[in-house]
Write a protein that binds this ligand. Sequence first.
Ligand code: SF4
Length: 127
Amino acid sequence: MNTNRRQFFKRSAGIFGVILSSPLILQTLFSSKAEAQKAEDCSKLPLVEPGKGMAISVNYFHKHSDMKKAELKTERQGVKWDQQNCKNCMLYVACGKKGADEIGKCAIFAGQAVKASGWCTTWSKKG
Ligand code: SF4
């Protein structure tokens, strides 16, 4: 990959990260989509794979203990980092189980499921 292309992808990822980290933009973009996702069973959907694709951009992990970046463990919208998880994120819609774990759909991971115990930097307090 040449340098210009690499820089383009780096800049695009940065801009996309800024958009995803703004609660107001998120609410506008995804609230109607999240509402439209009703709780149909999603247990057959593949789980998001931490460390791959979009999961890298938003630092998605299935549980807090896997997230090692101290600078990201910040309070958001008055909620301490260790209290933030997919289950209480405005983009999460519970829709089934994988084994003993509750899973749900997330508006930023189309066609995949996240764990209720998951977390990413796009977390936004459920209204
Ligand atoms: S914290 Fe929210 S935005 Fe991030 S993966 Fe979980 S449900 Fe999606």
